[in-house]
Design a protein around this ligand. Sequence first.
Ligand code: LER
Ligand code: MN
Length: 274
Amino acid sequence: MKLSVAIADEHASANAFVVFRGIDTSVKKAHALGYDGVELALKDPTEIDRSHLKKLLQENGMAVSAVSTGQVWAARSLCFTEEDEGKRDEVRKAFHSFIDIASDFGQLVNIGRTRGGINGRDPKLCGRLFVDMAQELSDYAAPRGVRLILEPVNRYEIDFVNNLDECAEQVKLVGRSNFSMMPDVFHMNIEDAHIGEALFRNRDIISYIHFADTNRHAPGDGHMDWDEIFGALQAIGYKGWTTVEILPYPDPDTAAKRAVDFLKGVYGRYYGDC
Ligand code: LER
Ligand code: MN
């Protein structure tokens, strides 16, 4: 299993759920702590200089696990359930640029809060707006070797696609082979009745995972049942990325170190490869 940590540009908004800010220092710090890769939480493609990033990754023996897009919603208010055609075009443009970046780095683009909510509107209309955009962008991503991954997010952040089974329904409706699911165990702890069972039930469409403890602090610093999670991941033969997406508590360096130390211990017990 490969371990990565979510990072962002130094100017990322306060509500970006990342441990480290500043791409260069974050990659170096993540490598020094023992992570295999970084998830790039982007709001704008100009935050990345591709040739510089390539060199930085090579020099530090690191990979990009995925491009994540929560800030496209949090900082730019762009989402798939948007009705206004002008704003839908902005969503397309933003995602085309992220897919282009992911075709060189990581081959995965996350759809978290950027899927948009319903917010009192007609659920059927919102569902259609979501599926149309997801299909169109999957078709843009497919020839570029990129997969889109939809993340169930808890009800206190968004009112559309909260648990794994709801996400599986959307994956089916989108119906593209490069469109699948990425669970986040922090949200699952709120929304899914049994984390292990939900992971097992949806095993065929899980392509990536976010890790945090119940309080969104480093894994090991809350009351998450990590044996249930790792038991399920072992049972389904999961070999993809597991990415730490936590609050930088008590400070970024301590949080990132606690997470990697705890997870390497658990990986060692279940996979014997860390
Ligand atoms: C937000 O809570 C989250 O988990 C992100 O990965 C999705 O935007
Ligand atoms: Mn997440």
